[in-house]
Design a binder for this molecule. Structure first.
Ligand code: NAP
Ligand code: HSE
Length: 433
């Protein structure tokens, strides 16, 4: 075993700088754990002249990826630059050059995780990606190691900090969606173009990665149904609150009888559910295992040092494998063929908010439609609206199949008593399963 393990960094931005700081500041502890030191040997950046917030020698910066990826001195490539196609190419070349790879890149792992894992295994190399989901929370390791002996039935995640911040501010401070989003951008949580965050794509990528591990099934990104939070209103939150719910962007993954479903959508969570108290930019993942029951992993989902903690822990895992001579053997290849639930196998409760003519027989029209599709009401709220002759009606259903729920939504507009559907959301968290 070498006295020092050499790291090649691809990227020296928010996460890359955190990695350099951790490797420098925690060196003594790392040497104790690993029996060798870690050295940042070469770093790929776009602009060598840029002022850096870390203490790093300019000579080790380069704009030529080959000086890092194909460098014979380097043992481990740490990819914290982002991007997809070029980045994938660099990582594949790194495996061919027999280098282990640690990445924080959820976009890449969600799209090409299986292909990269195959390439790593074929070359006897490790691929670790703890930081790709929920920044500083060790959820990948939690699923792959901590809960390895259990059968995961359900996983629910608040895995996007930007949207959790926005929904928290709308809920607790009464801010509009637009103002809360502007604040998230000022604080640096949301990107300049926040589309991937607010439309749920960032969370969908993370849920594809988590559900693959939880169910040991090759769930693809396109298998994750996605709805973002951009249409959520303060009125929705107000009526949800009256009925005992908090709104969160929930990544939902469930399996029963070997069939899985995965989605990301704004969801009304019962205030009793542990995820309902996860506020601001924090992330959390709730996992229900057949044997263990309920568990929850909570912490910062992003940020320089929290994310770097996960990256450096992955480096530690690679070096420990090097000591044991087991690199490339720690594969997380799926055990089962992909098997997704059909619409008539997907069960949930739903919240539907309507504007209805306040006249005799209005409710019976609604009841007839819902009964025709075997959906019964669990909670009902009716309030008069300022516009004369109209009422606000909020219905929370008992569990219904997605097929029946979609049929009701399609036909409800045809009822003469219904003036409009204001909103509709999934409801979760009243029971364990
Ligand atoms: P960032 O601050 O924008 O840093 C990116 C770094 O990569 C910069 O140093 C940049 O060089 C370099 N870079 C980018 N494209 C390059 C290219 N084509 N060639 C050479 N260098 C290039 O990004 P970040 O926030 O650290 O995120 C990095 C990765 O971590 C992403 O995959 C992200 O999704 C993931 N991640 C981030 C967080 C977080 O909290 N930020 C959390 C979890 C996961 P210059 O400095 O010269 O511009
Ligand atoms: N944009 C992401 C978020 C960053 O808001 O959670 C961490 O992946």
């Amino acid at each position: 075993m070498k006295e020092s393990i050499s790291i090649g960094l691809l990227g020296l931005g928010t996460v890359g700088s955190g990695v350099v700081k951790l490797v420098q500041n925690h060196q003594e502890q790392l040497v104790h754990q690993l029996g060798c030191s870690l050295t940042i040997h070469k770093v790929l950046v776009r602009d060598i002249e840029k002022e850096r917030e870390v203490d790093i020698r300019r000579e080790i910066l380069t704009t030529d990826y080959k000086e890092v990826v194909l460098n014979p001195e380097i043992d481990i490539i740490v990819e914290v630059m982002g991007g997809i196609e070029d980045t994938k190419k660099y990582i594949l070349e790194a495996f061919q050059a027999k280098k282990h790879v640690v990445t924080a890149n959820k976009d890449l792992i969600a799209l090409y995780g299986s292909e990269l894992q195959d390439a790593a295994t074929a070359n006897g190399c490790d691929l670790y990606y703890e930081a790709s989901v929920a920044g500083g929370i060790p959820i990948i390791r939690g699923l792959a190691d901590g809960l390895a002996s259990d059968k995961i039935e359900k996983l629910m995640g608040i895995v996007n900090g930007t949207t959790n911040y926005i929904l928290t501010k709308m809920d607790k401070e009464g801010l509009s969606y637009e103002t809360a989003l502007q604040n998230a951008q000022k604080l640096g949580y949301a990107e300049a173009d926040p589309t991937a965050d607010v439309e749920g794509l960032d969370a969908a990528r993370k849920m594809a990665i988590l559900s693959r591990l939880a169910f040991s099934m090759n769930i693809d990104l396109e298998d994750v149904e996605v709805t973002g939070i951009s249409k959520v209103t303060k009125e929705d939150l107000k009526y949800g609150d009256m009925l005992g719910y908090t709104m969160k962007l929930i990544g939902y993954a469930h399996q029963v009888d070997g069939k899985a479903e995965v989605s990301v959508q704004p969801t009304f969570l019962s205030k009793n559910h542990p995820l309902s108290s996860v506020n601001d930019e924090y992330n959390a993942v709730y996992v229900y295992g057949e044997a263990v029951g309920e568990t929850m992993f909570y912490g910062p989902g992003a940020g320089s040092l929290p994310t770097a903690t996960s990256v450096v822990s992955d480096i530690v895992a690679v070096v420990k494998n090097m000591r044991l001579g087991v690199n490339g053997k720690n594969t997380l290849l799926p055990q089962y063929e992909k098997n997704l639930k059909k619409a008539d196998e997907r069960l949930a409760k739903y919240f539907i908010r309507l504007h209805v003519r306040d006249e005799v027989g209005a409710f019976s029209e609604l009841t007839k439609l819902f009964s025709a599709y075997s959906i019964s009401f669990e909670k009902i709220l009716q309030l008069p609206l300022e516009e004369k002759g109209l009422a606000e009606i909020v219905i929370v259903t008992h569990k219904a199949t997605m097929e029946n729920y979609q049929s009701v939504l399609q036909h409800i507009r045809d009822l003469s008593v219904v003036k409009g559907i204001q909103s509709f959301y999934r409801v979760e968290g009243d029971g364990l399963k």
